[in-house]
Ligand binder design. Structure first.
Ligand code: ATP
Ligand code: MG
Length: 376
């Protein structure tokens, strides 16, 4: 595996503990997700429990014909849950696609909303922001532009790496029996817009340590929808309805018992309930196969002597990891492929906290020269 020494050094330095002593600055860890964003904030130099906010990454613009008294405070723009609540009277825009900013203006407005949520009260705000693995300069530039004027200083770090830093049990670092995921793990983050896989081996991941594909939950929704539409072209199902069905009934292992997925569709103008378990399974299987191929590819890039330890720490996170049976199925596929004794861990329902918490940990430890200033 090639080492990108400049990046590796920068990353190792980010991990060095150094605690500044001022509460004039508010530190923020931000998981800017395609579907959902998570903020963790705490004053610089304090050990206090971070304040956590979970905000759907969506901006809603009031429709022209909306009547007075319908939207709160006659707002022209709403964000997050409020935007979702008033969706019939708004044009909803998701600022990110495939994990990166696709609508710069909406992204900037969303960043303003995040900043307002922080209640920074005049304090300087510094943010460590997660980026998809392998995100290019253009993607980071768009993120910088979105946050210019909202945040004084930033550091961008790949999301799967942040997830591992967030997941690490810092109290057990000196425990010889602890398989420290920061020293050796494979982290797989299955989001809405992208699936990111990252080798984490004690240093900041290089380009060669990461893979990202724009195939994740949104793509699964599309596969399910296409399959249903092929059979019921006039069903009137929307992708957001499909997402709801998938989140309730996603599955990948038949013997693990899929819960039957039933959708109400229109057939010949009449409403009818149909079983869409197979279509949901097909979408989830496609995701499993993609994740397996990405994991296999990255494991093959690791130094051979690190692989057996690495296989003990295959970590799956992101909303897609909640697919029923996913961890067991991935482990079985790795075993079938010939990898020795793999152990796949799924982070579970509170997966959303790990990237933001990892980002906040890095913000707390960053040295002054690691922050990039965002000129207003
Ligand atoms: N129980 C579930 N089964 C399958 N998929 C699920 C489940 N719950 C959530 N998801 C899917 O997970 C995705 C959202 O995951 P996550 O919150 O990690 O995304 P994100 O961080 O916003 O996106 P990205 O990292 O791609 O920018 C959505 O596609 C959602 O439908
Ligand atoms: Mg994500």
């Amino acid at each position: 595996m090639k080492a990108n020494s400049a990046k590796a050094n920068a990353g190792a330095a980010v991990l060095d503990a150094e605690r500044p002593a001022t509460t004039e600055t508010l530190l923020v860890g931000l998981d800017l997700g395609t579907n959902m964003s998570c903020l963790m904030s705490a004053p610089r130099g304090s050990d206090e429990k971070p304040v956590r906010e979970l905000i759907p990454t969506v901006v809603g613009y009031a429709k022209e014909d909306v009547l007075n008294g319908i939207l709160p405070c006659e707002a022209k723009v709403l964000f997050g849950r409020l935007a979702q609540k008033h969706r019939q009277n708004l044009n909803l825009v998701r600022p990110l696609q495939g994990g990166v900013i696709a609508h710069p203006e909406a992204a900037r407005q969303f960043a303003t909303h995040l900043r307002d949520t922080l209640q920074a009260d005049g304090r300087e705000v510094r943010a460590v922001i997660g980026t998809p693995a392998c995100s290019d300069l253009a993607a980071r530039d768009s993120a910088r532009n979105a946050f210019r004027g909202m945040v004084a200083k930033v550091i961008f770090v790949p999301e799967p790496f942040l997830a591992v830093i967030g997941y690490r049990d810092d109290a057990r670092i000196s425990d010889a029996n602890y398989h420290d995921p920061v020293l050796n793990s494979l982290c797989i983050d299955i989001g809405a817009g992208s699936t990111d896989v990252c080798l984490v081996q004690g240093h900041y991941p290089t380009v060669d340590d990461q893979l990202s594909v724009p195939f994740a939950g949104d793509a699964v929704d599309q596969i399910i929808l296409d399959r249903i539409l092929a059979e019921y072209p006039e069903s009137g199902l929307t992708v957001s309805r499909i997402r709801e069905i998938k989140e309730r009934h996603s599955w990948v292992l038949a013997e693990d018992g899929a819960t039957p997925a039933v959708a109400t569709v229109m057939v010949g103008g009449k409403s009818r309930k149909i079983d869409v378990t197979a279509q949901v399974g097909a979408g989830c299987d496609a995701l499993l196969q993609k994740v397996f191929e990405m994991a296999r590819d990255l494991i093959s890039r690791a130094e051979p002597e690190t692989v057996s330890e690495l296989l003990q720490n295959v970590i799956v996170t992101g909303g897609g990891s909640l697919t029923k049976g996913f961890g067991v199925a991935l482990q079985a596929k790795l075993l079938e492929e010939g990898f020795e004794n793999p152990r796949v861990q799924v982070l579970g329902d509170n997966y959303k906290d790990f990237v933001a918490l990892g980002a906040l940990k890095i913000a707390r430890r960053a040295r002054e020269n690691q922050w990039q200033t965002l000129l207003g």
